[in-house]
Design a protein around this ligand. Structure first.
Ligand code: ADP
Ligand code: ASP
Ligand code: MG
Length: 488
């Protein structure tokens, strides 16, 4: 059997945390773990700053950041095992320094260069995690190159399943030959031209499920800094509680809606293969966390969690002649899709209504340009006055499993009680989406969580009786051991 265990940034954020991760890994040594690691927390951001300093030709800033990063990894190494000479890490640190010093400002300004620079966070954590596992007496096989094949969309690469399977299987076979635990970098991939790519911020979750799918693993366990998937971001709603079980559908919807705990695309490979996906806490490894499965009768119809998104904008075609323009909405959608603008919500026009869609705010100028080009003739002839961008909006999404009218009613009632009037709303079986003014997002999250989600979840899933794979389980390590046994 194979279990992929992924450790996020805070779970490998210091020498102490990496040693704790190694303890968790080796506890499951008999289950053939394959480890996927993120960069130490903060390192990817610092690497992006480093790219900025090189692009601006600021060699003093570059040198300071470089020194800080080298020191940070050395300090962690000493904390993990002061007796080791850390030869492998030192070699990689040297490669890192040579690579960085060899970059021109132009290299560091283009997406290809930025991805190469950002990739070093994970590449430097691999030898640290490997050293920590080795210090516990286990053979290790640290992967120095990515296990994921991708296209060349730098910053947001699309994986190539066949190539990933080839690379990952070969790496695992080589590790098995020497009875070693394979330790791989998350977040990064390799393109057909052998360039390093990244899967987007937070992409180590996605890397883990991709590798797990490629290796036909029995399970993928995502270790993070909270006790699983919560009913709301616990940093925003202190009352939020961890959900013992959710479906792939609900987890996927939460992820694409922007819940940071899982990368947007990370649930799909697990849903595709039907593997066991868990979100666990590396700071409290005995907690059963959240299990994500195909279906769970216990939660059918329940609103499970609420997510807020601030970085959205409405883009609207305004003009007295818009209503007379044939196929205006269809042309709007096609033009945005062609420009690779991600549409978050569509608001289909009624006669005389200005057609509008909700997009990611960071793409507003790209979207406005694409629409001005598409409707150039209408603009010149005065049918269209302007393409309007409204940034003063947010989305609030209630996610659930087979949501029905009672969940919708209860969400509406919660918003009304807080005097929040949505600008628009959209219903799907796994989500109710509200378009709100920006100032209303936080109060909306809190009132929906308190009045619509918590009562429903608490009634169906009492705390202390974690629900697992269709049965009530004891939870914690015992529950996971049972999963392992049933997978044999
Ligand atoms: P990692 O570095 O382990 O990948 P992240 O910071 O990317 O961790 O994701 C974990 C964080 O996600 C949590 O600390 C929490 O604040 C945030 N989060 C947002 N929404 C949720 C949610 N619904 N459930 C759990 N955590 C959430
Ligand atoms: N290190 C990457 C990031 O910070 C990927 C990850 O941690 O998931 O975005
Ligand atoms: Mg993450």
């Amino acid at each position: 059997m194979t279990i992929v265990m992924k450790f996020g940034g805070t779970s490998v954020g210091s020498g102490e945390r990496i040693a704790a991760a190694a303890k968790i890994i080796t506890q499951y040594a008999q289950a053939d773990p394959v480890v996927v690691t993120s960069a130490m927390s903060g390192v990817t951001n610092t690497l992006l700053e480093l790219a900025g300093s090189i692009a601006q030709n600021d060699s003093a800033a570059r040198d300071t950041i470089l020194k800080h990063l080298i020191e940070k990894h050395r300090v962690a190494a000493q904390h993990i095992n002061a007796k080791d000479n850390w030869e492998h890490l030192e070699q990689i640190l040297q490669n890192f320094e040579v690579f960085i010093r060899g970059l021109t400002p132009a290299d560091a300004a283009e997406p290809k260069g930025i991805d190469s620079i950002a990739s070093w966070g994970e590449r430097l954590t691999v030898p640290l995690v490997a050293g920590a596992v080795a210090a516990r007496g286990y053979a290790v096989a640290p992967a120095v190159t990515p296990l994921i094949g991708t296209d060349e969309t730098f910053g947001d690469a699309t994986p190539d399943a066949e190539k990933t399977q080839r690379i990952a299987t070969e790496a695992l076979q080589n590790a098995k030959k020497i009875n070693a635990i394979l330790i791989a970098p998350g977040y990064i991939g390799v393109s057909p031209n052998n360039h390093i790519t990244t899967l987007g911020r937070g992409g180590s979750d996605y890397a883990a499920t991709l590798i797990a799918a490629a290796l036909n693993a029995n399970a993928c366990w995502i270790y993070t800094d909270v006790n699983g998937v919560f009913t709301a971001d616990p940093r925003i709603a202190p009352q939020a509680r961890a959900l013992p079980i959710i479906t792939y559908g609900a987890a996927g919807r939460l992820a694409v809606s922007g819940a940071k705990v899982l990368h947007q695309r990370s649930v799909a490979p697990a849903a595709r293969t039907g593997m066991e996906l868990r979100v666990l806490n590396s700071f409290e490894p005995e907690h059963p966390g959240t299990i994500i499965t195909r279906e769970a009768k216990k939660i059918k119809g329940l609103p499970l969690a609420v997510v807020g998104r601030e970085n959205v904008a409405i883009i609207r075609l305004v003009g007295s002649g818009v209503a007379e323009t044939p196929k205006v909405f269809e042309r709007m959608i096609i033009a945005l899709a062609k420009a690779s603008v991600a549409i978050e919500m569509t608001i289909a026009p009624i006669p005389r209504h200005d057609p509008e869609v909700v997009i990611d705010m960071r793409q507003s100028s790209l979207a406005a340009e694409a629409l001005m080009k598409e409707f150039a003739i209408e603009y010149d002839s005065g049918l269209l006055d302007s393409v309007l961008v409204d940034n003063d909006v947010s989305l609030c999404i209630v996610v659930g499993s087979s949501l029905g009218s009672s969940a919708i009613r209860s969400a509406r009632k919660a918003l009304e009680s807080a005097y929040i009037n949505p600008i628009n709303e959209a219903y799907a079986s796994d989500a109710v989406t509200y378009l709100l003014r920006r100032k209303d997002m936080l109060p909306a999250i809190l009132c929906l969580h308190q009045q619509c989600i918590l009562p429903a979840v608490n009634a169906r899933m009492p705390i202390g009786r974690p629900y697992k794979s269709g049965q009530w389980a004891a939870g914690g390590k015992a529950a996971r051991q049972r999963t392992l046994q049933s997978a044999h």
